[in-house]
Design a protein around this ligand. Sequence first.
Ligand SMILES: Nc1ncnc2c1ncn2[C@@H]1O[C@H](COP(=O)(O)OP(=O)(O)OP(=O)(O)O)[C@@H](O)[C@H]1O
Ligand SMILES: [Mg+2]
Length: 248
Amino acid sequence: MTNSPKIICVSSGKGGVGKTSFSVNMACCLARQKQKVLLVDGDLGLANVDVLLGLNVRHTLRETIDEERPLSSILVEIEPGFKVLPASSGVPEMANISYEEQAFLINALENIIDRFDYVLVDSAAGIGDAVLWFNNWADNNIIILSPDPTAMTDAYALIKVLFHRFGKNRFHLLINNVKSKKEGRQVFNNMKNVLKKFLQISPDYLGAMPQDSAVVRAIRSQKPFLEISPDSRASRAVMEISSQILLM
Ligand SMILES: Nc1ncnc2c1ncn2[C@@H]1O[C@H](COP(=O)(O)OP(=O)(O)OP(=O)(O)O)[C@@H](O)[C@H]1O
Ligand SMILES: [Mg+2]
């Protein structure tokens, strides 16, 4: 029997709002709840997932495209149930791969994902081609924003493009770097009003991640905060949000 995993794309428009940190920890959290998770580093030109996990990557997506190497041969197991598909860093042409290469990559991904329950794609910042086609490929679209006005305008710009180009109208908003749950709700409500007014879209509230020094410490130690600070506010928020993701 073939399995059909949930494909979730994590993006933001603006850079540096916490996509990679959230994706790595959510993948880890889902795996600890007995889910088989594949985390795809969708930042094809400036890979980050390997850095946040301290991986020594030997083979990357670039080689699978150039040498038609099977994707399964480059997967890295982080812990039981949690595998990473690493991307390459500092390879500008990967950020703009051709239409044929995209088709090859999606096809290759389709061939390995039936072994997983969840596929999480940590996408690049911006609204480049790869961000758009990973979002189009996904069944569920998580958009991360922070309380910064620029993060809100960039998230809006991304949602607008996905709506106009692919008819996507279901988005799960995650507010990162908040000082309180109340701030998370307020930012969500502002965004919800704008989306309703200009695009007639009603987003879902996935939740908020607190501003937490445990996140910064974990990134510096190249380990998930769930592992090194399991009782931190950030870890508790990820666990709470995972219960919603398990319902997707
Ligand atoms: N909840 C948080 N609390 C404190 N700091 C945070 C939090 N989330 C993210 N950061 C800070 O933001 C930085 C960027 O995080 P991250 O690399 O996950 O963002 P990104 O959206 O993946 O960036 P890029 O767009 O460059 O891929 C981190 O190095 C960390 O310092
Ligand atoms: Mg990133």
